[in-house]
Write a protein that binds this ligand. Structure first.
Ligand SMILES: C[S@@+](CC[C@H](N)C(=O)[O-])C[C@H]1O[C@@H](n2cnc3c(N)ncnc32)[C@H](O)[C@@H]1O
Length: 356
């Protein structure tokens, strides 16, 4: 079941009407449309069938990548005149690829399995998503989540009230902020795989999740049994939804705060569109809190690779008052097994929507 206080903040992806929870599911009180769900997560994207077909082909692609890798490694391991240690390494790597394929089938939402679907060409691999899940819920000794929370908290000067987190990913920061600062939190992302797993973890499940790194110095450091779990039971009033931050099916003016962690550079193709959307979703006096780098992908149009000054300029023009900007170098996704990660120059600031 979905909380009434959460449903009250959402809108029908078809007509924008209010949603109501019924025993048969969540539907629109105006047009009657039933809101689809992926593993219990509401999907507020219009044209669900098109998205579902894409997600199925992504699963089929990831599955066939693992299969192809495993078969190729097994074929190499059968070659004559290999050193015995090389044969052992190739076989171990093949076994790992097969384990990861089986694990994918076990944890990927059933309704998005792509059996019989042609793998989509050029789809990003699941590697970066696995990374987010490990960092948020698996690497219990990692200081990264605490450091991110502490940095964002430098910009929090008022309770978050009813909060919305855009591009929430595996949802750890959304969860931490909810536990400490918000009354209601919606963690929104357009990735059903991350959200479906995050929802299970946040609801108290422990999920076994292998950590792997094939490019390493010995067989022992190639694989580690991992487990995804939340530090404590989540307070009430938290939920995750699948939606597009640029066209979100949410009630206008309903939010006290919106947080964008590691998002404004990678999510929107033109950040100005997102800032205008956030302005519409916030109540007068509500706050937008940003956190992350300005590391635009290479595909971003040159005119939209905004630097901080341009972002603040536009934010002020739209009708916000921007507070102090803090700047720090933070570690991003340092993987203990791989001994790899990156450093990013991050900024955080809060912008308050004008009262009028
Ligand atoms: C760099 S990750 C950051 C994830 C998370 N905020 C964190 O701190 O780890 C960016 C996230 O934005 C999501 N995303 C990208 N474009 C989006 C969009 N238009 N609407 C909603 N989510 C989006 C991706 O699926 C991904 O989870």
């Amino acid at each position: 079941m979905h909380d009434a206080e959460i449903l009250h903040l959402l809108a029908c992806p078809g007509c924008g009407g209010a949603l109501v929870g019924r025993p048969a599911g969540v539907s629109c009180g105006s047009c009657g449309r039933l809101v689809p769900q992926v593993a219990g997560v509401l999907c507020l994207l219009d044209e669900y069938d098109t998205h579902q077909a894409t997600w199925r082909s992504q699963h089929a692609r990831a599955r066939s990548d693992f299969e192809r890798t495993a078969s190729a490694l097994e074929a190499h391991a059968r070659l004559p005149s290999l050193m015995e240690s090389t044969r052992r390494r190739l076989s171990a790597q093949a076994l790992l690829a097969r384990e990861l394929a089986a694990e994918l089938d076990a944890i990927y939402p059933r309704e998005l399995h792509g059996e019989g679907v042609a793998p989509e060409e050029g789809t990003a691999t699941l590697a970066s998503k696995r990374h987010l899940l490990h960092r948020d819920w698996g690497w219990s000794d990692s200081p990264e989540n605490g450091a991110a929370l502490a940095f964002v908290e430098r910009s929090i000067t008022a309770p978050l009230g009813s909060a919305l987190v855009f591009g929430a990913g595996a949802c750890r920061l959304a969860y931490d902020l909810h536990q400490r600062h918000a009354t209601t939190t919606i963690a929104l992302d357009n990735d059903p795989f991350l959200l479906a797993i995050a929802k299970r973890v946040i609801s108290g499940e422990s999920i076994e999740f292998i950590e792997s790194w094939a490019n390493t110095i010995d067989l022992e450091s190639m694989r580690a049994p991992g487990c995804l779990r939340a530090p404590a039971a989540v307070r009430g009033g938290f939920d995750v939804v699948i939606s597009d931050a640029l066209e979100p099916s949410l009630r206008s003016g309903a939010f006290d705060s919106i947080v964008t962690p590691w998002f404004i550079d990678v999510g929107p193709s033109d950040l100005r569109v997102l800032i205008a959307v956030m302005h519409g979703l916030l109540r007068p006096g509500g706050q937008w809190i940003n956190f992350g780098p300005l590391s635009y992908p290479p595909t971003r149009h040159p005119a939209c690779r905004y630097m901080l000054g341009e972002i603040l300029d536009f934010t002020n023009r739209v009708g916000f008052v921007v507070g102090p900007v803090h700047d720090a170098e933070l570690v991003y996704s340092y993987a203990p097994l791989a001994h790899r990660g990156q450093l990013e120059r991050c900024i955080t600031f809060a912008a308050r929507k004008n009262e009028e």
